[in-house]
Every structure is written in structure tokens, then in C-alpha cells.
Design a protein around this ligand. Sequence first.
Ligand code: ZN
Length: 170
Amino acid sequence: MELGSALIQAVSFFQNYENCHKFMVELRWPDGEVVCPRCGSGHVKYLEKARVWKCYAKHESPKFSLKTGTIFEESPLGLDKWLPAVWMIVNDKNGISSWELHRALGVTQKTAWFMLHRIRLAMQDEKGGKLSGHVEVDESMIGGKSRNMHRSKRAEKIRGSLRLRPALGL
Ligand SMILES: [Zn+2]
């Protein structure tokens, strides 16, 4: 059994942290302004080294990451593992097996199974019990070409990617 090239591409794309970062920011804060997921304030500062933002509003846990408030929040696995899995579930008509994911990500098959289960559960919650088996998302998001696209075209692509939000539990 061979690993699909789409999976290999997704894995290699998300191995680059910058790509994970851009992808998550566009998904979570599509208008470009990062706001605190706890209080909604836009008065935040990105701490590059720690890869977290600090919210200046007065509340507990003022720091938040790309994972905060998503289904990945409590997981020790990085976005480089989670995002290819999300991508494949949302895009692959034929579905992805835990075996394929285990092979592609280098996690155990048990972990791969758990990841798929978790993502599908999040999507199920959103759709009221129905699995959203196939959502069209343009592959060019992964190609990283969206920045060079015509503005309206790009907005369209990003709206497409917003359909990924349920898979993240957002
Ligand atoms: Zn806040």
C-alpha cells in the first residue's frame, strides 16, 4: 500500500512551522487581527521565541498559542502532526487510515487512530451528528501560493479554508 502523494505533500508542508503558523492564523483570525481567545481583546503581543501571544487585558492565563481554544489545546502533539491529519480528513474523498497516518507522521498507529477519531468527533459535533466526509478546500493553500493570488481570488480560497474550522473544534 502506497502513501498518497497528497498526504506526503501535506506532511512536508506542515513540517515548516511558518506554514503551520500562517495557516492557523488565517483560519482563526481571517480578518488578520489576532485577538485573545479568552477575552476577545486585540491588545496582544506576539512573543516569537515562545510562539505565544500575550494578552494585556487583566485575566488569568494571559498567554495563548495557536492551539489555545482548539481541540489540540491539551495535546502534546504539535501542529506539524495535527494539521496534515486535519487536512487529509477534510480533503480526501477516500478517507485516510490510521495506518497511513502512522506511516506518514511517524507516530504510533494507536496515536494516529486517536487523532483521526478526535478530528472526526469535532466535525461530527459541528454537523449535528453527520460526518462531513468531503469538504472542498483548494490545494493551492498548501502550495503557499495564496499570497500571490489576486485579492478576491485569495479571499475565496481563505473562505474555503474556513470550512476547516469545525475540524479544529472552533
Ligand atoms: Zn485576553
